[in-house]
Design a protein around this ligand. Structure first.
Ligand SMILES: Cc1cc2nc3c(=O)[nH]c(=O)nc-3n(C[C@H](O)[C@H](O)[C@H](O)COP(=O)(O)O)c2cc1C
Length: 159
């Protein structure tokens, strides 16, 4: 098993439809080769985690780096891993809602990490911590049988 995490800058901003289409393609292709992960999207950037067999992850990543919908791709982590962070997710997209539209309802503290709204590039390699935190949140919510709180902070797209 291999894990790869990168950040990139969006070439043009993504609307909901563009993001859904991207997640659909990613999910379909990844599922076919046993790859999974998470695609995070804020107003300007992407951060993606790809997990699966080394060759499959490498060839998907190569295709991704050639995609003109984003630029300035920075590889943050690329290493063998013993277990998946995002089991059963062939590619789930979480687009972060603008802070201004977040509801006033109490939101799980962990989900509202202020670093969500920082340019991820400014975090350097510690941006990977966000991925690990969201994996933890995901597994806690699943254990509690309620992934609903995710949609308070994110536009969740799970093909
Ligand atoms: C931010 C971003 C993330 C992407 N993630 C994936 C992915 O996980 N898997 C994938 O197959 N394609 C992904 N793509 C799309 C690929 O660059 C490429 O368009 C796609 O794999 C082509 O698939 P198709 O030949 O089935 O149309 C991503 C593109 C972008 C911009």
């Amino acid at each position: 098993m291999f894990r790869l995490i990168y950040t990139s800058s969006q070439s043009s901003s993504f609307d909901r439809l563009g993001f859904e289409q991207l997640c659909d393609t990613a999910s379909r292709n990844n599922h076919a080769v046993g790859v999974g992960g998470l695609l995070l999207c804020n107003d300007l950037e992407f951060m993606q985690c790809l997990e699966g067999p080394h060759n499959a992850v490498a060839s998907i990543y190569k295709r991704i780096t050639q995609d003109s919908r984003h630029t300035d791709i920075r590889l943050l982590m690329s290493e063998p891993a013993s277990e998946r962070l995002f089991n059963n997710w062939s590619m789930v997209g979480l687009a972060i809602k603008p802070r201004s539209v977040l509801s006033a309802e109490p939101i799980a503290y962990t989900l509202l990490d202020h670093r969500l709204y920082w340019p991820w590039k400014s975090l350097g390699t510690s941006a990977v911590d966000l991925m690990f935190e969201y994996a933890k949140v995901k597994s806690e919510l699943e254990k509690a049988g309620d992934t609903g709180p995710l949609s308070k902070v994110f536009e969740v797209y799970q093909p």
